[in-house]
Design a protein around this ligand. Structure first.
Ligand code: ACO
Length: 312
């Protein structure tokens, strides 16, 4: 009965077991995973837009090929994640409908504009860097289909981070003064939104306690944010850029960097639908869905024709 199943499930979680799609799971565990994985998938798909914006304007053939590969990887990540979410009993149509009607969230970070070429390198360095920091622990998520998808995603994400950092290094070491200023400007604009990506502070994160208990999240929002800030400070030094936070400094006692207050009102505004590019991003996804209707209809008609032929 339900109680026994629940006890067995809790014991498996406590023992560090992985849960598979066909195993019994509490309804709240299933819903929490479906929410997180589908939102993660949406983030990958919407995340293609800010960078896709620069494919036709990449400065060299090499940079264009790298950017194309990266944006394609993101499409692939979205597809593995939708497939992982489907194992929890939701259809892709339902998930996409939730995105298109504004019911499902996607990462706050993709609601900011990409104004210059330096934004592309900065997204690789900071945004993909933050994504890896958050996603490596998910490779050990208690839900096995999600954990397995994350392994490949993290490998590709590392390449994305390195290409971004490499591109910025080229501009900082060999660029004109204007190009260097462009990098600094991009870092100034992306820094705070990047550290918001980890989500609200632990004491204001409604899902954290339960998700940590279930091993869906292995490391808390604030802990990951701290690790990211500590790593970024060193990388910024090598690059020769300044992080736009006058309160950022090493704290010997904590063996970590202190940093200034995050503007959480901006974060809540952006995830509430009112960021600089929310309407544009959602509009682009809805348009792509509507423009693709004829392809879906044609594929269904084709499948239907074959079915009729088989039956005849
Ligand atoms: N952008 C948008 N929404 C966010 C963000 C963010 N950066 N951070 C938190 N939220 C939302 C949560 O989804 C939650 O809303 P919901 O209950 O309506 O779903 C609410 O804010 C409160 O946050 P938490 O209670 O902390 O939520 P949660 O435990 O899900 O933690 C986190 C949020 C850390 C983003 C988690 O869901 C996660 O690790 N997701 C997987 C990674 C991911 O989605 N990355 C996407 C960006 S990276 C990329 O795609 C390249």
């Amino acid at each position: 009965d339900e109680m026994r199943l629940q006890e067995r499930f809790d014991a498996r979680i406590d023992a560090g077991d992985f849960i598979e799609a066909k195993d019994w799971m509490p309804e709240h565990y299933r819903k929490t995973l479906l929410r997180q994985i589908s939102q993660h998938a949406h983030s990958e798909i919407v995340g293609m837009l800010p960078e896709g914006n620069w494919i036709t304007r990449a400065p060299t053939l090499k940079r264009k090929a790298i950017l194309l590969a990266k944006v394609q990887d993101e499409g692939g990540h979205g597809l593995y994640l939708y497939a992982a979410a489907e194992t929890l009993g939701s259809s892709r149509d339902q998930m996409l409908d939730a995105l298109h009607t504004g019911k499902a969230k996607y990462s706050s970070i993709f609601n900011y504009p990409t104004l210059t070429w330096a934004d592309i390198g900065t997204i690789g360095w900071l945004v993909d860097g933050a994504a890896i920091m958050n996603q490596v622990p998910i490779c050990r998520c208690s839900y096995a289909p999600y954990a397995r998808a994350m392994i490949r995603i993290c490998r590709e994400e590392s390449f994305h981070q390195r290409q971004g950092y490499g591109s910025l290094l080229t501009m900082m070491q060999h660029g004109t003064p204007e190009q260097k200023a462009m990098v600094q400007d991009a870092v100034d604009r992306w820094w705070w939104p990047s550290i918001m990506m980890f989500g609200p502070p632990d004491d204001q994160s409604p899902n954290s306690a339960q998700s940590m208990r279930w091993g869906i999240k292995r490391v808390s929002n604030d802990e990951l944010r701290q690790k990211f800030v500590d790593a970024a400070v060193e990388q910024a030094k090598v690059l020769g850029v300044t992080l736009p936070d006058p309160e950022l400094k090493w704290n010997d006692e904590r063996q970590a960097h202190d940093f200034g207050a995050i503007d959480w009102s901006e974060f809540w505004r952006v995830i509430g639908g009112d960021g600089p590019c929310n309407r544009e991003r959602l509009g682009a996804r809805v348009k792509a869905w509507e423009d693709g209707a004829w392809v879906r209809e044609a594929a269904l008609a084709h499948a239907g024709k074959h079915q009729t032929m088989k039956e005849a």
